[in-house]
Design a protein around this ligand. Sequence first.
Ligand SMILES: [Zn+2]
Length: 216
Amino acid sequence: MTILESKLSPENAVEHHTIGAGDYYFAPLKKGQTLRILDLEGNQAADTLFFNAADVSERYSATDTIREQGNVYLTAGSVLRSNLNNPMLEITADTCGRHDTLGGACATESNTVRYDLEKRCMHACRDSWMLAVAEHPEYGVSKRDITHNINFFMNVPVTAEGGLTFADGISGAGKYVEMTALMDVLVLMSNCPQLNNPCNGYNPTPVEMIVWDAQA
Ligand SMILES: [Zn+2]
């Protein structure tokens, strides 16, 4: 766990967007720009994918990222790598300390397998991503590009035996993670509406997306 506070001031940011639970954020982030994801009320999960804005077949890869840094968790100093092993973004500040690379996103299908058949109609992150790509054809991202994601703020500890558990969050109100783009990217974030596991404290809440231009 690395706790590193940002030197950036929200007053100097160029964009602020509050994203409710169950909504998505889908927008470009230029090389040199910095994005902060702010956990406004705590214990939220921000399920996020990144694409090369110039060629969306290049995208965030958990396997390349984990192998190159030799650690399954993301924190300050982590470089998010693509499926071509290119650096896409670097985490430059983090007051939560640890972010999940392994747990994947919720879907209506996985809700029925994990919880109950009647959970099928509950809103899931995959639905938000599908809506995002349908409402933004200008980015050229389609259903086939939806692959493995990062769960910012989510706590999925790996046990000594190699087991995975969805545990109560380690984030809290006002905690954030910040990353600088190393290439022009598209950011696709679903603010998780999950109500069946403790990843968001059974109480999905908004997150804020804050963008700064490249620092001189
Ligand atoms: Zn979710």
